[in-house]
Design a protein around this ligand. Structure first.
Ligand SMILES: [Zn+2]
Length: 141
């Protein structure tokens, strides 16, 4: 049986990690998004409505390349019989020392990269789609 993998055991690859980011979706009605209120007698205090947070935040998970490449410790191949009634796709996945080899994260082949630049490009394109959907859902822009 022929199984071709993009990477080999022991290769060092870059992977994307998810980071939670809070995005301001609605400015506070009371302070208008400054997080502060001006006092009649002069000076400012923290807004009593949003407590200085400036408004309503909602979270999204954006991706960025993990700082260092990690060594591949396990490769897993799933092949299906060549039968038109089977709709699953063949899949190659990897486990990295950084995210667990015995148990841990299974990385898809198209989400691992030989260089940080390639990984960054993948993250940029992923994040662009996530932000676009987020903005649409929250009627922003
Ligand atoms: Zn406020």
């Amino acid at each position: 049986m022929d199984i071709n993998t993009k990477f080999n055991l022991g290769d060092h690859v870059y992977y994307a990690e998810s980071n939670y980011e809070g995005i301001l979706t609605k400015y506070c009605d009371l302070c208008g998004g400054s997080g502060k209120l001006s006092l009649v007698v002069g000076g400012e205090v923290q807004c009593t409505e949003c407590r200085g947070s400036k408004g309503v935040f909602k979270g999204v998970y954006l991706r960025k390349p993990h700082l260092n490449p990690s060594k591949i410790g396990r490769i897993q191949a799933t092949k299906y019989d060549d039968n038109p009634r089977i709709s699953y796709k063949d899949e190659i996945s990897y486990m990295l020392y950084a995210t667990g080899v015995g148990s841990g994260t299974l990385h898809k082949e198209d989400e691992l990269f030989a260089t940080k630049d390639e990984c960054q490009k993948y993250c940029d394109s992923f994040n662009e789609t996530v932000i676009k959907d987020f903005n649409k859902e929250n009627n922003l822009e």
